[in-house]
Design a protein around this ligand. Structure first.
Ligand SMILES: [Zn+2]
Ligand SMILES: [Zn+2]
Length: 269
């Protein structure tokens, strides 16, 4: 499978505490890891869309586009894409407009940032079934935006420890419906290190790879295309890409056939 990673945060993302997380350093390490396509997806909220949280507001288009000044002239033969990770807050509130989306190479939307209570999800959301239901609802909603490229860390409920219990509330039929919609919309399904915890550090694991293997197998059966994302916010986390790729090939049996054109087309260019 083509080596790639299109969910990487630079130090421009407010939650990156690594000043070394620069395009130049990522490109250098990508070269060492044999990665062919690199996609930067800093956190983003479009100033044209009302209702940003205080955290998101400064992370607007001008802010994330500073990446261009930091980009080295020589990308060492690596195809570099500039995208974003924006937000969906339900009821049609998406943190990006079509106009801005068209200025970017790709747009990732998480439908599982269920930790931002009172912003992305109502404050009362807490019970496993409620968390599961809202992720299903948001997933289906986001497939309706044709300018969204991919769905970030699908059904991984951020900041919850009972991941398996929450994901266990979603039936195979619900997964089939969701991924069928994503397939029809041509949307890429992300395989994130948080979906396959063995690709991260073992001591932080509260659940296991099999929680999401079933889900990805359903997505594959529905004909979805995929991309990989370490979701690195630091250079150190980015080195997990090798393990992620190895796991995806071994556990899910994915090949280039399964990879979304956002990656495979980039290589051809
Ligand atoms: Zn995210
Ligand atoms: Zn991210």
């Amino acid at each position: 499978m083509i080596s790639h990673d299109i969910h990487i945060h630079t130090h421009l993302s407010s939650c990156s505490s690594d000043p070394e997380a620069t395009p130049e350093n990522y490109i250098q390490l990508a070269k060492e890891l044999g990665i062919e396509v690199l996609g930067f997806a800093d956190h983003f909220w479009d100033s044209n869309v009302e209702g940003a949280s205080d955290w998101y507001r400064p992370q607007n288009f001008e802010h994330i586009m500073q990446i261009k000044d930091k980009m080295p002239e020589d990308t060492l033969g690596i195809k570099v894409l500039i995208g974003c990770e924006t937000e969906y807050c339900g009821n049609g509130k998406l943190g990006i407009t079509r106009e801005v989306a068209e200025k970017l190479d790709f747009v990732l939307v998480p439908t599982s940032h269920v930790h931002m209570k009172g912003f992305t999800v109502p404050a009362w959301i807490n019970e496993p079934k409620d968390v599961a239901n809202i992720m299903v609802e948001y997933f289906k909603d986001v497939t309706q935006y044709d300018f969204v490229t991919g769905l970030a860390h699908p059904f991984y409920p951020l900041s919850y420890e009972n991941v398996d219990e929450i994901v266990g509330c979603i039936s195979d039929e619900e997964f089939q419906e969701c991924f069928g919609m994503a397939q029809e919309a041509g949307m890429s399904i992300e395989i994130n290190t948080c979906n396959l915890p063995s690709t991260r550090d073992a001591e932080t694991d509260l659940y296991h790879d099999d929680v999401f293997i079933n889900m990805y197998n359903i997505a594959k059966k529905m004909g979805c295309k995929f991309h990989l994302g370490t979701d690195a916010h630091s250079i150190e986390a980015f080195s997990r890409n090798t393990r992620l790729k190895e796991s995806v090939e071994r556990l899910l049996g994915l090949t280039n056939e399964d990879i979304h054109p956002i990656v495979t087309d980039a290589v051809r260019k």
